[in-house]
Design a protein around this ligand. Structure first.
Ligand code: ARG
Length: 596
């Protein structure tokens, strides 16, 4: 199994310029006696793309990490020289050492053009097989029945959906899982409130709002009348024991809520393979608790059942209350056991806010204790979405609170951008473009930041056609799409086949070569994003790709180029850059309209 994973990964490794440079470096380091299975220096070999052009196209810090006599700079000089000699003739334009001990590499124009021609023909460019088809569960969105789909859930949903796409691009078989909050004592309150004040038509018309109001009303009334809490507990107990009326009400709340949530998911272009929520695990909880007690993992403490996690330096976990009621985390244990048995996943990503960190540390510790350790478990945390004031969102200040409100606002603002730019479009085209741009802008604003940071929606920046925004990426793509549309018939097809050969022989200007080199980084971005569970890696890459694309666009004639071979070569570059932009945006769930 392990062998095949590596074989699959190796099959793809050659698609990656960075890997090629690593291969050369490994050979050099081995020759110099530095390299022993990667153990001779601290951590894996790193080759990166420097921010500044003066530090080369690629760079490594390995000379500062390996042991040996002399200064790091002297070692870097030796490695630079040896790498130049070890590479195939003409591969590098130059290799140089730089203080305090970097080795910098410049690819020759021939290498860049040759690699580009190869990349252009690659059908699955950017994807890799490192997941080797293993299952990966990505749990995200996980909204709560009868509660609003707020901006935190929106961030969660677009983040999880993008990570699922990214894992797929890294060769995993992904299961997208919406772990609905559809169980708990709050349903006793809701049922009690509905029985007292509810109106079927009002719930039908506006399910979440109506149910939320009932819930709020319950709390207000319970503050006056403690009797209500007892009634809610009773209703929940009835629900648990299968009372028909309560069961039906609960199912109906769920159905109405889901119908409303699904409108939001549809507008976001997000979907799931499993809609399995907390209630699904209800039946398993008693036997699970009994099993934990029998195995001596859980113990009684003041009538309740707990699992101690002293050896992990974590507080104990309450598995079952003294009245036999189960808990949130117990459902997660049951869920994990179910997932491991049913899907045998290599990885499970829990996309859940920062504030639940302790619960997940406890869950993962219990998993270890129970030997449920066949999958890599990751709590993919993220920060808050703050109001425009930078503080917690306030309805009173008229800020968008729910996902639907934010989406409406983004689409309305995008319509302004489209009205200004897309003069040749029909009304219907404008509507479609505004949806793609608005939703894309909202998604990108969530995905481009480090996920751990709290974010504020800056609507102006979000929709800025010239800034680090989805509309900027989309506009860049549309520019290229327009060139390809106007190209002589058949040119686009020739682009992927023959014309790329022209690229290999026609000398290119610096903006052309820079764009090609930027394109080569796509597979690196996809792989790193998968390993780090980070969408910002892909977003930042796409921004740089768009910048390189526009520099090319503004400096280099394509259709206006007289020389036929040169024109064909540039068309090929436009086609591949457009494809890379589109594929990258698709990973983030962002559409690429042909016209804006
Ligand atoms: N529904 C929960 C909430 O909105 C999040 C669920 C987190 N996932 C989990 N496996 N516990 O807070």
């Amino acid at each position: 199994m392990k062998g095949s994973v590596h074989a699959a990964a190796r099959g793809y490794a050659c698609t990656n310029m960075r890997e090629k440079i690593k291969e050369i470096l490994r050979a050099v380091l081995k020759e110099g006696g530095y390299f022993e299975d990667g153990a001779a220096y601290g951590g894996p070999l790193e080759v990166f793309v420097p921010e500044k052009a003066e530090f080369g196209h690629y760079s490594t810090n390995v000379a500062m990490r390996i042991p040996g006599g002399g200064t790091p700079l002297a070692r870097a000089e030796a490695i630079a020289k040896a790498a130049g000699a070890a590479a195939p003739a003409g591969f590098f334009e130059k290799t140089e050492a730089a203080a305090p001990g970097f080795v910098n590499f410049w690819l020759s124009p021939e290498t860049v053009r040759g690699e580009f021609a190869r990349v252009a023909r690659e059908k699955r460019f950017g994807r890799n097989g490192s997941g080797a088809g293993a299952a990966a569960i990505v749990e995200y969105s996980s909204v709560n029945i009868a509660k609003p789909f707020h901006l935190g859930h929106l961030r969660n949903t677009v983040l999880g959906a993008a990570l699922a796409n990214i894992l797929e691009a890294n060769g995993y078989r992904v299961i997208r899982w919406n772990y609905l909050g559809d169980w708990g004592t709050q349903f006793g309150k809701l049922i009690a409130a509905y029985k007292q004040w509810g109106d079927r038509r009002i719930v039908r018309k506006n399910p979440i709002e109506a149910l939320q109001k009932l819930y709020v009303r319950f709390h207000a009334a319970a503050a006056e009348d403690p009797e209500l809490e007892a009634r809610a507990r009773d209703e929940f107990r009835k629900l648990e024991s299968g009372d028909r009326e309560n069961r039906k009400l609960w199912e109906w709340f769920k159905e109405e809520s889901l119908a409303e949530f699904k409108k939001t998911y549809r507008a976001l272009g997000v979907d799931f393979d499993a809609w399995i929520g907390e209630s699904f695990f209800e039946k398993e909880l008693r036997p699970l608790a009994a099993d934990l007690a029998a195995r001596g993992i859980a113990e009684r403490s003041e009538g309740a059942l707990i699992v101690r996690l002293d050896e992990f330096n974590l507080p104990p976990v309450l598995i079952e209350k003294s009245d036999g009621a189960s808990l949130y985390l117990t459902r997660d244990i049951a869920n994990l056991r179910y997932r491991l048995r049913k899907y045998k996943p290599a990885e499970i990503l829990y996309v859940v806010g920062n504030e639940q960190s302790l619960a997940f540390a406890q869950l993962f510790a219990i998993a270890k204790k129970l030997g449920m350790d066949s999958a890599r478990l990751a709590h993919v945390k993220y920060g808050l979405v703050l109001g425009e004031s930078g503080k917690k969102i306030s309805t009173r200040r008229g800020e968008a609170v729910t996902a639907a409100e934010a989406m409406d606002k983004a689409v309305a603002l995008a319509r302004g951008v489209v009205d200004e730019k897309g003069r040749g479009l029909t009304e219907r085209q404008k509507d479609a473009a505004a949806r793609a741009v608005g939703i894309g802008a909202l998604k990108y604003a969530n995905l481009k930041e480090n996920r751990l940071t709290d974010i504020v929606f800056d609507w102006g920046k979000m929709l800025d056609l010239t800034g680090d925004s989805a509309p900027y990426l989309q506009y860049t793509y549309a520019r290229f799409a327009s060139i390809l549309r106007k190209a002589p018939k058949g040119a686009a097809r020739r682009v992927s086949a023959g014309a790329t050969a022209a690229t290999a022989v026609v000398p290119g200007s610096e903006p052309e070569l820079a764009l090609m080199r930027k394109i080569f980084e796509f597979p690196d971005a996809v792989a790193a994003a998968g390993e780090m569970h980070s969408t910002s890696v892909v977003a930042n890459y796409l921004y740089k790709l768009a910048v390189a694309s526009n520099r090319f666009y503004e400096t280099t004639p394509v259709l206006g180029e007289e020389d036929r071979a040169r024109r064909a070569a540039r068309l090929a570059l436009v086609a591949v850059a457009a494809r890379t932009l589109r594929d990258g945006q698709a990973l983030l769930g962002i559409e690429s309209p042909e016209k804006i």
